[in-house]
Design a protein around this ligand. Structure first.
Ligand SMILES: Cc1cc2nc3c(=O)[nH]c(=O)nc-3n(C[C@H](O)[C@H](O)[C@H](O)COP(=O)(O)OP(=O)(O)OC[C@H]3O[C@@H](n4cnc5c(N)ncnc54)[C@H](O)[C@@H]3O)c2cc1C
Length: 402
């Protein structure tokens, strides 16, 4: 067990390949939590993140410990400091390729191209000075290889927001996607929901708990994709529904002012806030290359220990779940992944006998179930039997919202 990353010469001119106990891919809440906890277990940890600009300005108001709220960017900044304190190596770069190699994982980390990784949101926000100080960087146009005994994938999701001029300033200020996160900010405001499916309709109806000034726009020329009964629910709730695409999101200084519809009369809907409800895309490329099983929607399948189907490969945070995207969940899952990876990294003599200890505790995600015969509180019926092996990789039932 070493706290310092080792170097090993692998293949002549190819030079040195870094070797570490764990590479954490992704530097959001989940990745930072995994890295801090692994480093505190004396593992050598390399955390790689490709987001070299803190673009979204949202404040998190439901994270315990910050009663006045905290900007999401500040959580990251605190996380960098925290990780650096325990010896995590922080690196700016894009994990472009990954493959199993014997009982290890080889990752190729490329320098970030000028203007950011293609197909990610482009931004003009400058690099945070603390990031510039704490992170190393793979130079643009070059790459390094790293061999890791374990990998935690915490790559998040993309795709909640439409592209329009001024978008970056509006996100988290007047443009949102998650009612659980930001519905409270919508009390008595005039709100537009943009989305065409059941999730969007449900968001508009949920919004009635916060304000009675709600409009829904399909956001595509084909209109809504819900049964007529759901459109009737909207009408009954006093929610006007427009089956059109959005021509423009009019905004100024981070404040969305109106939606201009792509209808024959260019209808203008004045409002204070917009929620765009669209399917997020899990950033699952690295996990997929390493052989992780994925759900049909692309999320990485994990159990309650954040173990994937590949020994030594863990996943945490938004990339593992379709809806419940929360900072607290990401940080919890990162910690769980660290514990599981740490157990995996034990020497054989440190491990408990097969079927005991850590392995016994892992179970599929979903409601907790215990084997028959487990102690129960007085007055409670015995828990039903549970075939862990059969259930391990069945998709766990998930809450449908937020
Ligand atoms: C506008 C907005 C408001 C929100 N409000 C709240 C709120 O009020 N409360 C709350 O709890 N949550 C809120 N959230 C959600 C919360 O921010 C997320 O749940 C949390 O950030 C998820 O953390 P994560 O680590 O899983 O992913 P992320 O924070 O998305 O981090 C993933 C990182 O991985 C990097 N990455 C991906 N692929 C690669 C690769 N190949 N190589 C290197 N790096 C890679 C990405 O660039 C990114 O930096 C909000 C989100 C948004 C956008």
């Amino acid at each position: 067990m070493t706290a310092e990353p080792q170097l090993e010469r692998t293949g002549g001119a190819a030079g040195f390949t870094r070797q570490v106990d764990c590479v954490v891919v992704g530097g959001g809440g989940a990745g930072l939590s995994a890295a801090v906890n692994l480093a505190r277990m004396r593992r050598s940890v390399l955390l790689v993140d490709e987001r070299d600009r803190l673009i979204w300005r949202h404040r998190i108001d439901n994270y315990i410990g910050f009663p006045d709220g905290i900007p999401a960017a500040e959580i990251r900044r605190l996380g960098w400091r925290h990780a650096a304190r325990f010896g995590v190596e922080l690196l700016l770069g894009h994990v472009a390729a990954a493959a199993p190699e014997g009982n290890r994982f080889r990752l190729r980390i490329e320098g970030l191209p000028e203007g950011g990784v293609p197909e990610r949101p482009a931004t003009t926000v400058p690099r945070d000075p603390e990031m510039a100080r704490l992170f190393g960087e793979v130079p643009p146009g070059s790459s390094i290889d790293v061999l890791a005994r374990s990998v935690v994938v915490a790559t998040g999701v993309v795709g909640h927001f439409p592209d329009f001029p001024g978008r970056d300033e509006c996100v988290g200020t007047s443009l949102f996607w998650c009612i659980h996160c930001d519905g409270y900010e919508s009390i008595d405001r005039t709100v537009g929901v943009v989305g065409f499916d059941e999730e969007a309709v449900q968001t508009a109806l949920d919004m009635l708990d916060f304000t009675d000034r709600v409009t829904i726009v399909a956001g595509r020329p084909e209109g809504f994709d819900v049964p007529a009964s759901r459109l009737a629910n909207l009408a009954a709730g006093g929610i006007a529904a427009y089956p059109f695409a959005v021509f423009d999101y009019q905004n100024s200084n981070g404040q969305v002012q109106a939606l201009l519809l792509d209808d024959p009369t260019r209808t203008r809907i004045a409002l204070d806030q917009v929620y765009t409800v669209r399917r997020s895309i899990p950033m699952n490329a690295v996990a997929g290359q390493l052989g992780a099983a994925l759900e049909a929607n692309g999320q990485i399948i994990v159990n309650t220990n954040q173990e994937t189907n590949v020994p030594g490969l863990y996943a945490a945070g938004d990339v593992t779940s379709p809806h419940d995207h929360q900072m607290s969940a990401a940080i919890h899952e990162g910690n769980q992944a660290a514990c599981a990876a740490n157990y995996y990294l034990y020497q054989p003599v440190q491990r408990e006998p097969e079927g005991e200890g850590w392995a016994r505790l892992s179970r599929p995600r979903g409601p907790a179930r215990e084997p028959a015969g487990a102690p129960t509180e007085p007055g409670h019926a015995a828990a039903p039997t549970f075939d862990r092996a059969a259930a391990l990789w069945q998709p766990a039932p998930r809450a449908s919202r937020p």
